[in-house]
Design a protein around this ligand. Structure first.
Ligand code: ADP
Ligand code: MG
Ligand code: ZN
Length: 471
């Protein structure tokens, strides 16, 4: 039996207005090579100037995960040739990164674990190669966009833990508002380092996997690589330290190149950029203004809104869900009811979409209206569920739809009583069964009443009336 050891290198693009070392717009997409200038396409003689906001965002990220902030840090040139990198070096940090240490707590199936971080450093992104029929094109719009690289210690031991760690990091960066963290757009990227060893023995040789564009890809790539290495070792072969490319369609990884070491990149301090000296007051100002993160919000939900710890945790895993919940209860102040609905029906709907980047398809205001109708028994559970489907992705007003389609629940007691009496007269056998204590027959009456009212009878009311009538 082998033990799996995983360390992740996570790259996250910072949401600054301008790029890291020039004043070009920092924005995803756009016509190729329109967000560019002599600095970010690496014209000889063009000089970089550091974007203070990028430093601030990187520190923000560092503080939120308990890093120590280096008051003195240095940009270095990481030299390599690739067409998406016009200067033939990337401005990065090696010896003196901006943030060191810290860590993230993850929770997998109730088992808590602290994953240590090695460092967070600031660097620039490269351009993008676009492969077409005519040939490969280069788009430098992304070149020079500020990135933080978050390097974990090799503390992760399974695909489940790696994904939980990634999710926690992503949520934290989203709560901070420093990055969009869209894996499909590449604003959050992750390299997986993985090795196997036997209990009691030193760590094995690792491989590094690239091109992982979703949590699912990370999960599958880890399972695949752990198995591949196991088979290699069992066959008596050695693991080669190499970089591998994950092909998500094929469900396989392929060797790209043998792994390079730091010295291969001939790092040296960039003579064009003076070292960063961060004042203590600058750091303290950022610390003071850190927003509430998931755990703080969850604590509030338990203490101020009376939710259970588990529900509070589920609601705050993702910032946009937590924001959505808070907005919905502004319009309809029934936290427990709203929470149950979001964690139940809304999550079920989201899961059914099978799209990691899908968000809730109904505005908080309309959701509040729908829930008010349901809470006040104006519509039944089934209608409420159908409405969720129907309104998803639209701006339709639930009240209007309910009115137009005549979906109001029938709460008219005397009208229902007539209908139920008729059903009882037609089904004397069922009445006798119910009288003799067979509660299962109740479902039959509710079903019949629903049928007679095209699903609009209030089942609670039907239950009450039937019970009253058989006495
Ligand atoms: P490099 O810059 O060459 O990729 P680093 O020392 O920065 O190397 O490590 C990169 C990542 O590899 C880190 O996340 C680290 O935790 C992980 N790592 C280091 N050794 C191992 C190992 N034996 N098995 C799995 N992961 C490892
Ligand atoms: Mg690496
Ligand atoms: Zn530029």
């Amino acid at each position: 039996m082998y033990k799996v050891v995983i360390g992740l290198e996570v790259h996250s693009e910072l949401k600054t207005n301008t790029k890291c070392f020039c004043s070009c717009e920092n924005k995803f997409g756009g016509k190729p090579n329109t967000h560019c200038c002599p600095v970010c396409v690496g014209m000889p003689g063009a000089l970089p100037v550091l974007n203070q906001k990028a430093v601030e965002y990187a520190i923000k990220a560092g503080l939120s995960v308990g890093c120590r902030i280096n008051e003195y840090s240095v940009f270095e040139r990481k030299n390599y040739f690739y067409p998406d990198l016009a200067k033939a070096y990337q401005i990065s940090q090696l010896e003196y990164p901006l943030c060191v240490g810290g860590g993230v707590e993850i929770d997998v199936d109730g088992k808590k674990k602290f994953v240590r971080l090695n460092r967070i450093h600031l660097e620039e992104d490269a351009g993008k190669l676009v492969h077409t029929k005519e040939g490969t094109m280069i788009d430098y719009n992304r070149g020079g966009v500020p990135l933080i690289e978050i390097v974990s210690e090799p503390d992760l031991e399974s695909a489940e833990e790696a994904v939980a760690y990634l999710q926690k990091l992503r949520a934290t960066l989203l709560y901070l508002g420093v990055s969009d963290c869209k894996m499909q757009e590449g604003s959050l990227r992750c390299d997986v380092n993985l090795s196997l060893h036997k209990e009691g023995e030193p760590f094995g040789t690792r491989t590094e996997m690239k091109n992982l564009n979703s949590f699912k890809a990370v999960f599958r790539a880890i399972k695949y690589e752990a198995k591949r290495q196991e088979e290699e070792l069992d066959a008596g072969r050695k693991i080669i330290q190499e970089t591998r490319r994950w092909d998500d369609n094929a469900g396989k990884s392929y060797s790209m190149r043998t792994k390079e070491d730091a010295q291969d990149y001939r790092y040296f301090p960039d003579p064009d950029i003076i070292p960063i000296e961060v004042e203590k007051t600058f750091i303290e100002e950022i610390r003071k203004n850190l927003p509430k993160l998931a755990d703080d919000r969850a604590k509030d939900y338990v203490e101020k809104l009376g939710l259970t710890e588990n529900d509070a945790k589920l609601l705050t895993n993702e910032k946009y869900v937590s924001d959505y919940f808070e907005e919905t209860i502004k319009y309809f102040n029934e936290p427990k009811f709203v929470c149950n609905w979001i964690l139940g029906e809304v999550f079920k709907k989201l899961n059914s979409l099978d799209d990691e980047s899908a968000e809730i398809g109904i505005s908080a205001q309309n959701m509040a209206k729908l829930l008010k109708l349901y809470h006040s028994d104006s519509i039944g559970q089934k209608v409420a569920r159908n409405l969720l489907d129907e309104l998803w992705g639209t701006d339709l007003d639930p009240e209007q739809v309910v009115k137009e389609k005549g979906l109001m629940q029938n709460n008219d007691t005397s009208g229902l009583e007539e209908i139920i009496k008729k059903i009882m007269n037609n089904n004397p056998k069922a009445v006798n069964e119910l009288k003799s204590g067979n509660q299962k027959t109740m479902a039959f009456f509710v079903g019949q009443a629903m049928k007679a009212t095209s699903g609009k009878a209030n089942p609670k009311l039907v239950n009450e009336i039937v019970s009253k009538l058989i006495k």
